[in-house]
Design a protein around this ligand. Sequence first.
Ligand code: ARG
Length: 495
Amino acid sequence: MTRKSSMTPSRKSIPAASRKKAKPAQTSTIPSSGSKGKVSAMWAGRFSGGMSPAMEKLSVSLHFDKKLYREDIEGSVAHAHGLFAAKVLTASERDRMIAALKGIQADIAAGKALFSPSDEDIHMAVERILTDRIGGLGKKLHTGRSRNDQVATDFRLYVMRRAEALVGRVEDLQRALLEKAKQYKKDIMPGYTHVQQAQPILIAHYLLSFFFALERDKSRLRHAWWSAGEMPLGSGALAGSAFPYKREMVAERLGFPAVSRNSIDATAHRDFALEFLGSLGCLGVLLSSYAEDFVIWSTSEFGYVKLGEAYTSGSSMMPQKRNPDSMELIRGKAGRLMGAYARLFTVLKGLPHGYDRDLQEDKEPVFDAVETASVCLQVMAEAIESLTFDTKKILTRMQPALLATDLADILVEKGVPFRDAHHIVGRLVGEAEKKGVSFLELPAESWKAVPDAAAVKKLLTFAFSVERRNIQGGTGSKSVTAQLKEAEKMLKRVG
Ligand code: ARG
């Protein structure tokens, strides 16, 4: 295709009406496409009147999608390269267009007020500003492109970048957990099930449970990165661009690992965003449950942990209060993250193919979730750094019954079948409860079902219980040291 022939249809396709309208836009607003509304549409050619003001309000998205300005402009720069390769632009046109686009990006970054109330969304705003600045050449930018493949490209780039940044934030939290785990690698606490004391564990073991769970959050985020990583440009509105566009080259410039395989798939689907929100929902739920532990453990009833002052607040009425607000807020924000996921899921259900305007609703939940997850991760990391365990007090709260399983295990080693051992120990613990003493304090008479009872009683300490569990993944000190090493290695591994 010669340059001339490829340019001709694009020029023809620009309606005279909108060409005329773009001109006076050096003033702060573009004249309305009709008598009613303010918003000028690039598609105004086929319309005789504008939108109603209420409809405009419903339609406008610039106030939130301006967040995508960087991705939009970078997408347009890459598209200009694509148009040059397709012989739609000359080299000097491409260079002028790119210089202007970069100028717009710098001006927006510098906080210059470039947007006008007539701009419907970020895509139209950038194109309008470009045309204001470089005249007719700006009108060539949209050749072979639709806002459908443009917005999908911008949004995918955004999701990829945020997913990567959030992986970094998760790693900051993991580093804080690893340091804290090292600090408490010898200290014992009660491990809980059903918020009931269950078995003794090392504090480091508990902290590392958080670390390793976060590793899966990272892999979910990375998977969302890959799902987002298929570049839509070249897909046009739904059927593919009619210009000989070098999609791979454009994708490479933008940092996409792949190009989309089908133009309808590329423009109509937002499952990558859903996956990203799903991963943030999972992350939120994880953070909320550790936050809950810290809330409970910082009560005066427990008194196991203290959060740094900067992560708590006082009460305006009760002078003695030091509330674990950081953890409560993180716990609460999980609802918001899950809500974002449910919100997009609901928008997407049953949408017909290809692009539908409903899809404009995809961005706000994602923007909100990104900010929420990011600040929650940051505060959780800082709060963990500030966290101290009152190891002495914790020991005083540990009930001897935490050793009941160990006694049953010892009986098994002496040849008693486990169910019988469980029954014997259960009886001991039940009797102790009735008498209001520890099962270790019961008279020899009560222990007669246990062979070598005196020696066995001596064995039964919390440290003994922990050290019996050096199985891989267990709470024994050797196992925890191995976990610490593995955690360290994971943080050093790239990608
Ligand atoms: N603001 C729109 C969105 O966010 C851009 C795409 C509009 N496309 C269209 N055909 N009206 O989805």
